[in-house]
Design a protein around this ligand. Structure first.
Ligand SMILES: NC(=O)c1ccc[n+]([C@@H]2O[C@H](COP(=O)([O-])OP(=O)(O)OC[C@H]3O[C@@H](n4cnc5c(N)ncnc54)[C@H](O)[C@@H]3O)[C@@H](O)[C@H]2O)c1
Length: 359
């Protein structure tokens, strides 16, 4: 029986979903503590979720010898220093997206993680929806054939109330807009299934909200497998939708359109011929659903730590995700297509913030 790990979650925004996810898998994790700088909010959350320990400082939480893993659901600009602090305290770290502020920071974390003997889990919880996992299952079995195109839509709604939180909407603290904060999962899903991007062209603009960062974008991707993809992103959509439509030689895979659960069931798998449809339907009968969302990612993390196997998501995944972001912002700023992988001497290796917002 693997050890039940004592987990602590920092911050009570989206962090609350992390807390309930840990509580869904009590055979793997015990939610032992939560931490937020606001004592009233933290205590209210602890009372509601019956969490035994409350901290108002990360220093104090890190000093608690009972905690095995600290989950950072904190604003993006704080991630790097907090990850380093948690590792230095001898604990594993789970961290929300975007992991850090540059490719250079990810490379630095590779060394810090290795030296610490502890692990970093970058959050990509959208990967674990059952519909998307079914596509992964079919794709890994070689049933997809040649990949032709993918359509990606992230049409969400964010207005004044969302941007009333001080760190949002600013390059210095949010580190980016809808491409970084909202469509990061949608683009990760593209490469999770189809592999790395070879070249992209992006246009980013701010049309919906009075903020520094972009809230609308359109991106075209050419992948290493030769396929093409198009993504539109907006935060001005009254009727929110998330959508993926993958067109392969043998079938088309279409997600549901629930904005925050499009990787979940149901997905439509429409085959090119009746014989292929039979094969796909028969193969899907063998699909064994595992846990979804945050709980799904946390359980896979626990299994990997227990078995000494590859983590469900790694610093390499975070690097590729942030490399796409770096290329998207550079393309939009320079009005040029960008080839990937980016060289380590790329001008934006140390940060993707457009030049006019750097201070
Ligand atoms: N993986 C995902 O799907 C996902 C979703 C949302 C956010 N995130 C990431 O999680 C991190 C944290 O984002 P967040 O949106 O939870 O931010 P946050 O921690 O600032 O929480 C935002 C919400 O919690 C309230 N809040 C938080 N701390 C508070 C405090 N100390 N006092 C009073 N109110 C407080 C705010 O008013 C707001 O409603 C960011 O890196 C973000 O990008 C990831």
């Amino acid at each position: 029986m693997p050890k039940i790990m004592n987990a602590a979650v920092v911050r009570c925004g989206i962090g609350k979903s992390h807390m309930t996810a840990f509580q869904k898998v009590p055979e793997h994790f015990s939610l032992a503590a939560i931490c937020d700088i606001d004592p009233l909010r933290t205590q209210a959350t602890a009372d509601e979720l019956r969490v035994p320990k409350v901290y108002t400082s990360l220093d104090d939480l890190c000093a608690d010898p009972a905690i095995d893993v600290i989950d950072l659901a904190t604003p993006p600009h704080l991630h790097l220093a907090q990850i380093q602090q948690v590792l230095a305290a001898g604990k594993h770290v789970i961290c929300e997206k975007p992991l850090v502020a540059s490719l250079k920071d990810v490379d630095a974390l590779v060394e810090v993680e290795r030296a610490s003997g502890r692990r970093i889990l970058p959050v990509f919880q959208y990967r674990y929806g059952h519909g998307l996992q079914k596509l992964k299952f079919l794709h890994d079995r070689g049933l997809a054939g040649k990949h032709y195109t993918t359509n990606i839509e992230t049409s969400w709604r964010r207005r004044d109330d969302y941007y009333a939180v001080a760190w949002r909407g600013k390059w210095k603290t949010e580190l980016g807009g809808c491409c970084l904060t909202h469509a990061i999962h949608a683009h990760d899903i593209l490469t999770y299934i189809c592999g790395p991007v070879k070249r992209l062209f992006a246009r980013c603009t701010t049309r919906v909200n009075p903020v520094e960062v972009e809230d609308c974008a359109a991106i075209t991707f050419e992948l290493h497998d030769g396929s093409l993809a198009g993504s539109t992103v907006t935060l001005g959509c009254a009727d929110e939708v998330s959508r993926h439509r993958f067109v392969f030689e043998n079938f088309t895979a279409e997600s549901n359109t629930r904005p925050y659960d499009s990787p979940g069931d149901p997905w439509k798998f429409a085959a090119d011929t009746p014989a292929l449809q039979q094969e796909i339907d028969a193969t899907l009968l063998e699909f064994k659903p595992d846990l979804e969302h945050y709980a799904g990612q946390f359980v896979r993390f626990h299994r990997a730590l227990s078995d000494g196997t590859e983590l469900p998501t790694t610093l390499e995944d975070a690097y590729h995700s942030l490399e796409m972001i770096t290329a998207i912002y550079h393309s939009s700023e320079t009005d040029q297509p960008i080839d990937l992988p980016l060289p380590k001497n790329h001008p934006n290796y140390s940060g993707w913030t457009p030049a006019r917002y750097r201070r």
